[in-house]
Design a binder for this molecule. Structure first.
Ligand SMILES: Nc1nc2c(ncn2[C@@H]2O[C@H](COP(=O)(O)OP(=O)(O)OP(=O)(O)O)[C@@H](O)[C@H]2O)c(=O)[nH]1
Ligand SMILES: [Mg+2]
Length: 395
């Protein structure tokens, strides 16, 4: 678990990373109106993500099958009836958010209720629920009793999203000891009763009268509430940072394809001509190395990315092997007829340039995410410092 200071640092890092990304794509990459429109949309999305970060609001989305008590759980956590909860199936039709004014801690939290999954003819509702899950910083998956096949599929999909989530087993009054499939044993889970059923109690008075009354027990959500208070205040901001960066990475991927480096034929052609014309093998090698390095730098300038430490080995190997290949081809002069040797050298020189160019392109492209304040680098670092969610056993 991270401290709240580290969590704030994550938020700061994510913000810098977003601003840096926006700066990197400050100008539309071409005059083409379609490209300009796409660029504009992406910039707008990044603006929205920066605003989301600045609000520091942790979004907790409740997801689960119909009638599992998602809406009732929000009401129980808030201590007031905000969401409509009813025995009818499919009561919640659209995602709906409400801010949680906590008594402890200073993280701003928003609960989002979603339509139940698996309602007959409820495809658009389920799609809306999954769409909102994409924006969640934490997901509470609400089940009650045995996990159905539909719920197991939803959980599998949720696991694939790599978002923090907690399994909440509701209706503890009906299912006090819910069975958990082995595949989910590693996930944090809490058992609650958001709206326990009224039960009949028998009262015996001193005068011998016996009375039967219906009593509704209070909700049992304290364990979950405590867990949320602790988690959200300590690492809620890290989750916001992580989730915003993940969304920004998708936007950046869209932006990245708009910027295509112009083919740098000059460097390859210069190298081939030089190798053909220069009389000494040593000069060929020097020129080859200079041209390869020039090509790498030229591409780097086009992508406007600083030198970075993510997988430089591939580039170093490409440069080395291009040089070694050229060196070996020079030996062809010893046993090939004169012009054949020259052809071999120019072929190897050109091939080397092509390879170095391709590898450099990948290196610089990846550098956008992995360089200083790169989105990928920030995501990896935050993920490393965030631990698993721990739920202490109350027994
Ligand atoms: N026995 C029992 N019933 C509960 C509990 N929590 C909720 N319910 C009942 O379950 C029913 C469904 O609750 P909702 O809150 O509407 O469930 P939901 O998951 O929001 O349902 P949809 O919006 O239709 O998907 C209601 O009748 C609730 O009173 C609980 O802890 N115990
Ligand atoms: Mg509901």
């Amino acid at each position: 678990m991270v401290s709240d200071r580290l969590s704030k640092a994550h938020l700061y890092w994510a913000r810098q990373s977003l601003v840096e990304t926006q700066r990197r794509y400050l100008e539309p990459p071409s005059e083409d109106p379609q490209t300009q429109q796409l660029w504009h949309d992406c910039q707008q999305q990044l603006d929205q993500l920066v605003t989301k970060l600045d609000q520091q609001r942790v979004r907790v989305v409740l997801l689960g099958g119909v009638s599992r008590g998602k809406s009732a759980l929000i009401n129980a956590l808030l201590g007031r009836e905000v969401m409509t909860s009813s025995p009818l199936h499919g009561v919640t039709r659209f995602p709906q958010g409400v801010v949680w004014t906590q008594t402890a801690g200073d993280a701003l939290v928003e609960f989002v209720d979603t339509p139940g999954l698996g309602e007959a003819d409820g495809k658009p509702q389920a799609a809306a629920a999954w769409e909102i899950v994409q924006t969640a910083d934490l997901v509470l998956f609400v089940g009650a009793g045995e996990i159905t096949e539909e719920e197991a599929r939803a959980l599998e999909r949720l696991q694939g999203l790599s978002k923090p989530f907690i399994l909440v087993f509701n209706k503890a009054d009906l299912y006090p000891d819910p069975e958990l499939p082995a595949s989910l044993a590693a996930y944090p889970r809490v058992v609650v009763a958001a709206a326990p059923q009224a039960r009949q109690v028998r009262l015996e008075w001193p005068d011998g009268r016996v009375e039967y009354r219906w009593e509704t027990p209070p909700p049992q959500v304290e364990e979950l509430r405590q867990l949320l208070v602790t988690l959200l205040n300590q690492q809620g901001r890290s989750w916001v940072a992580l989730n915003t960066l993940t969304q920004a990475a998708a936007v950046e991927a869209d932006l990245a394809v708009l910027v295509v480096a112009k083919p740098a034929l000059g460097w390859g052609l210069g190298k081939v001509l030089g190798v053909l014309l220069l009389p000494l093998a040593g000069l060929d090698l020097l020129l080859g190395a200079a041209m390869d390095l020039g090509l790498v730098r030229h591409l780097g300038l086009q992508y406007q990315v600083p030198i970075h430490s993510y997988r430089p080995d591939r580039l170093v190997w490409a440069l080395l092997l291009s040089g070694v290949g050229l060196g070996l081809s020079e030996l062809g002069d010893l046993w090939l007829p004169e012009w054949w040797g020259a052809w071999l050298q120019s072929l190897v020189a050109g091939g080397g340039s092509l390879w170095v160019g391709r590898t450099a392109q990948t290196y610089w492209q990846e550098g956008r995410g992995w360089g200083p304040y790169g989105i990928r680098r920030a995501i990896a670092a935050i993920e490393r410092s965030l631990g698993e969610i721990e739920v202490k056993d109350s027994e």
